[in-house]
Design a binder for this molecule. Sequence first.
Ligand SMILES: Nc1nc2c(ncn2[C@@H]2O[C@H](COP(=O)(O)OP(=O)(O)OP(=O)(O)O)[C@@H](O)[C@H]2O)c(=O)[nH]1
Ligand SMILES: [Mg+2]
Length: 214
Amino acid sequence: MEIKHSDFLKSAVYEKDYPDQLDKIEFSFVGRSNVGKSSLINSITTRKKLAKTSKTPGRTQLINYFKINNEFYIVDLPGYGFAKVPKAMKKEWGDTMNRYLASHRKKLVFVLLDIRRIPNNDDLEMLQWLDHYEVPFKIIFTKIDKVSANEKYKCIKDIRKKIEFHNDDVLFHSSLSNEGKNEILNFIEKMLAEKFAEPIKIGEEEEVSEEIEL
Ligand SMILES: Nc1nc2c(ncn2[C@@H]2O[C@H](COP(=O)(O)OP(=O)(O)OP(=O)(O)O)[C@@H](O)[C@H]2O)c(=O)[nH]1
Ligand SMILES: [Mg+2]
């Protein structure tokens, strides 16, 4: 698949701010602050500055909606687990993200994990939460340009001590070289073709906010 048109649509904090159209599938990107969510969005859309990126974690503080090929949405979310911001601010970003994840949007969540880092409790909670509420998700390992083939193998082995996955079920990507970009686009294309039209089953909102503490 090729992304021919990509436009920033709007930023949102509350559900009332999300786009009105509920029929479009949303591919959303979550992960630790600085893991490379916004860079990956720029890589797959071939737009250098569509999503704002930064060396300083905490760049994305709102939910940013992008309209792609007039067919689906890409959603850039605030990162979790960045310690160096005031507690109240961190809670606000966390709440913004939780509300989005708990919303009944037709979404597939890409969970981004840095290939060089062992998943921490925040990552594990995110994966368990998505699993528990049966929100479809896919793991993408980011920044693979930072490791050699040998190192990559070792990193995967270490990460496997924390989370279970088959190599065929996960994606790998570099925003520097764009390696893995086509695989991500093919995956999106496949999801769109399958329509994956059923509404996402999800539990009570109250339960949700108790379950996830970011
Ligand atoms: N080498 C390398 N650097 C990357 C890659 N992806 C992102 N980066 C760098 O990592 C930093 C963070 O990237 P962002 O895309 O802003 O990360 P983010 O996950 O959106 O961060 P927040 O919005 O703060 O949650 C930037 O300095 C990027 O240039 C990659 O694939 N390879
Ligand atoms: Mg970002």
